[in-house]
Design a protein around this ligand. Structure first.
Ligand code: GSF
Length: 202
């Protein structure tokens, strides 16, 4: 399998961590989707990474679809419960974590891609409020449990870890570690895993 992605993206990192946890082999093909010469649209018409190229040449996106597929390929380190409420809970954590990343990325794009005189403070504030509400909700949901969905490591933790890592990477001024000690503790625990160590955003 080939994974088209970048070393900074939280969604690509989520897929890479799942690949590593499940001990799946793949080649990482770097593509800067913002560059004029990006080839991403040949594989993903939406022009986004991650995009998985399967053995038969077929392309799969987005990260949530890819990780769900990867989890079915081997019983090694099951990350998504099979069914019912537990499954929905893990998927909802993933939606929350990805949604926080979506909002944070929109803020960054507004600042980096749009000329200063066209930037909207209202839009930025709207996204920032989602970012902060999302962090708070993650902390409340985690409470004092060892992992997001309870006692076991799941895709929820992978998704939350990738989003927190990305927020620290691009918004070092947001002190989520100081505000939410339980998230900091979880993040430090996750950061010891080889899958996280090998994929620190850069
Ligand atoms: C989000 C992918 C995405 O926005 C997923 O795969 O989970 N829901 C999708 N990827 C960004 C890179 S990054 O900011 O992580 C991307 O490829 N953006 C290019 C664009 O044109 O929006």
């Amino acid at each position: 399998m080939k994974l088209i992605g970048s070393l900074a993206s939280p969604y690509v990192r989520k897929v890479r961590i799942v690949m590593a946890e499940k001990k799946l082999d793949y080649d990482l093909v770097l593509d800067n989707v913002w560059a004029a010469d990006t080839a991403i649209q040949a594989s993903n018409p939406l022009g986004k990474v991650p995009c998985l190229i399967m053995e038969d040449g077929g392309a799969m996106f987005d990260s949530r679809v890819i990780v769900e597929y990867l989890d079915t390929l081997t019983p090694v380190c099951k990350l998504i419960p099979q069914q019912g409420r537990e499954r929905a809970e893990v998927k909802c954590w993933e939606a929350l974590a990805d949604g926080v990343a979506d909002a944070a990325i929109l803020v960054r794009l507004e600042k980096t891609l749009r000329p200063e005189d066209q930037q909207s403070a209202t839009w930025t504030a709207r996204q920032m409020s989602k970012l902060h509400a999302g962090l708070k909700s993650m902390s409340t949901g985690l409470g004092e449990t060892p992992y997001c969905a309870g006692n076991h490591y799941t895709l929820s933790d992978v998704a939350v870890g990738c989003t927190l890592g990305w927020v620290s990477f691009r918004f070092p001024e947001i002190d989520w570690r100081g505000d939410y000690l339980n998230l900091a503790k979880l993040f430090d625990k996750l950061s010891e895993r080889p899958s996280f160590k090998d994929t620190v955003p850069q």
